[in-house]
Design a protein around this ligand. Structure first.
Ligand SMILES: NC(=O)c1ccc[n+]([C@@H]2O[C@H](COP(=O)([O-])OP(=O)(O)OC[C@H]3O[C@@H](n4cnc5c(N)ncnc54)[C@H](OP(=O)(O)O)[C@@H]3O)[C@@H](O)[C@H]2O)c1
Length: 250
């Protein structure tokens, strides 16, 4: 498997699954455009990728902002003249019971979990047509059951699943593939990004430990699943659970 010279954009690459994915691609010769808000952490990812020999563009900014979406695509094309792979990974949960959920929370969750990946796809489409590239959306098992995650998170990851399938159908005639990966609990900074403490994350891990017969998942495992989807020429429109057996236990 080689991505030598291929241009890969990864959102949410300052941490967790996105960082692990950037590092995995850097080992395969990809040119990386990595996005995140936290400058320091994004630079840590960039440094590790550069140590693997990758050329890296760091794009700092908030994907809640409309202008930033087109900016990520434009900056990538300005630097590397192409886009081969788009990984829509950035995300967070709300960590609030539904009865405490405000309209502004709902809007924010929609913007990061649906609007951002959808419009990144839209802006990347002309470039993906030229390369017959591919997209991987990072969804969640929370979209495949109602046992885990808050309600807006579950709903918007469902919307992302549906977009994945519909966009895959629209893109097949252009030779572009679109898939999603749907992880169960992965050990990342997700708690912190979502505004709750690591103690709460520890409780989540404790609660769902028995629902992960193959163990709580490491980000590198999800990165491997993403690479698989990017290198499988006849797979498109699928939702791939990487769930450590989670769905079989509920
Ligand atoms: N961890 C899990 O158990 C799990 C399970 C299933 C699915 N997922 C999904 O996996 C994806 C990655 O999460 P993770 O577990 O790797 O968590 P993480 O370590 O917290 O990483 C989340 C990434 O998303 C970025 N991000 C969040 N909001 C953003 C915004 N408004 N603008 C720009 N970037 C933003 C963060 O950037 P900054 O830190 O720079 O702000 C960070 O790089 C998410 O879509 C999540 O829903 C996670």
């Amino acid at each position: 498997m080689s991505f030598s010279g291929k241009v890969v954009i990864i959102t949410g690459a300052s941490s967790g699954i996105g960082a692990a994915t950037a590092i995995a691609f850097s080992k395969e010769g990809a040119k990386l455009s990595i996005c995140g808000r936290n400058k320091e952490r994004l630079s840590e990812t960039a440094k590790e990728c550069q140590e693997n020999g990758a050329e890296v563009l760091e794009i700092i900014g908030d994907l809640l902002e409309f202008e930033h979406l087109e900016h990520c695509i434009d900056k990538t094309v300005e630097k590397f003249s192409a886009i081969d792979v788009l990984i829509n990974n950035a995300g967070r949960s709300l960590a609030k019971p539904f009865e405490n959920t405000e309209e502004t929370d709902f809007d924010m969750m929609f913007r990061i979990l649906v609007r951002a990946p959808v419009f990144l796809c839209k802006y990347a489409l002309p470039h993906l047509k030229k390369t017959k590239g591919c997209v991987v959306n990072v969804s969640s098992v929370a979209s495949l059951c109602t046992k885990i995650g808050d309600l807006p998170y579950q709903m918007f990851k469902c919307a992302l699943n549906h977009f994945t399938k519909g966009f895959a159908a629209e893109c097949s005639p252009f030779g572009i593939r679109v898939n999603s990966i749907n992880p169960a609990v992965v050990m990342t900074r997700f708690a912190e990004t979502s505004g709750f403490s690591m103690e709460v994350m520890d409780k989540v891990v404790e609660r769902f430990k028995n629902n992960h017969p193959l163990g709580i998942i490491q980000p590198e495992t999800i990165a491997a699943g993403i690479m698989f989807l990017c290198t499988s020429p006849h797979i498109t429109g699928i939702l791939l659970p990487v769930d450590s057996g989670f769905l079989g236990t509920i």
